[in-house]
Design a protein around this ligand. Structure first.
Ligand SMILES: [Zn+2]
Length: 236
């Protein structure tokens, strides 16, 4: 298993690593990585892997396959044992972090103030989308929840990341409200804590303070069926 550097430092942009495996000439596993693999509804990181002689390989996709983080590069040439330097496409990652933390605020509002649960989400650099178990379509609620989220964002609350033992975490079932199919068999649970507002079990990358998120803007909503409503928003 690669060391996942992004779990402890979402702001790490460059690091050194060793190539551990190469398959089909383009799927690279390294001993450590800060490239976030697509997961939890959040898009993957891109960037560069640079060899000691300066050759650059673009990481076009990062995913998790059989428990390993695999980086798809745009050309062949990387070999097992290569010492490489890695660089994230930071603009892309940072925008995804802002979307991710912003979505936690929005889902916290829906949960606490509307008693609605998030049943799915998809975050890209263009827009955010969340699915809710709302019975009747209520667009005013969506707009109001987004306005309310912006009030919370304007409080500039810090966002802390820490670990709890499984036992401690399970005392607070609300920690798992977003995490469908969260693996409860692991012994430590990573917590993303928007101080004084919302705590979630979460393996993703977040900003340090809500003042980095920007403001959420309602875009549209779709009625996908009973107890299934979809809201789109952007961050500006
Ligand atoms: Zn999350």
């Amino acid at each position: 298993m690669s060391e996942t550097l992004y779990m402890n430092d979402s702001y790490l942009k460059e690091w050194n690593a060793d190539v551990k495996s190469v398959s089909q000439d383009k799927f690279i596993v390294m001993d450590k990585t800060a490239f976030f693999p697509k997961g939890g509804g959040v898009e993957w990181d891109t960037g560069k892997i640079i060899t000691e002689n300066g050759e650059e390989f673009n990481v076009v996709y990062t995913g998790k396959f059989s428990g390993e983080i695999s980086h798809e590069v745009d050309k062949k040439g990387l070999k097992i044992g290569d010492k490489v330097h890695c660089k994230l496409d930071w603009d892309r990652r940072y925008l995804l972090m802002r979307y991710h933390t912003g979505t936690h605020v929005l889902s916290g509002v829906f949960f606490k103030e509307y008693n609605l649960k998030i049943t799915g989400n998809q975050l890209t650099t263009e827009k955010g989308r969340i699915d809710l178990n709302m019975e009747e379509m209520d667009i005013d609620s969506f707009k109001n929840a987004i306005e309310r989220s912006n009030e919370i964002i304007n409080k500039k609350l810090p966002v802390d990341i820490y670990y709890l033992t499984r036992e401690e975490a399970e005392k607070d079932p609300d920690l798992f409200k977003l995490a469908k199919g969260f693996t409860h068999d692991i012994m430590t649970i990573r917590i993303v804590d928007i101080k004084g507002f919302d705590r979630q079990a979460d393996g993703g990358c977040h900003v340090r303070n809500l003042d980095e998120v920007g403001l959420l803007k309602y875009k549209k909503a779709e009625n996908k069926g009973k107890n299934f409503k979809r809201v789109y928003f952007t961050i500006e």
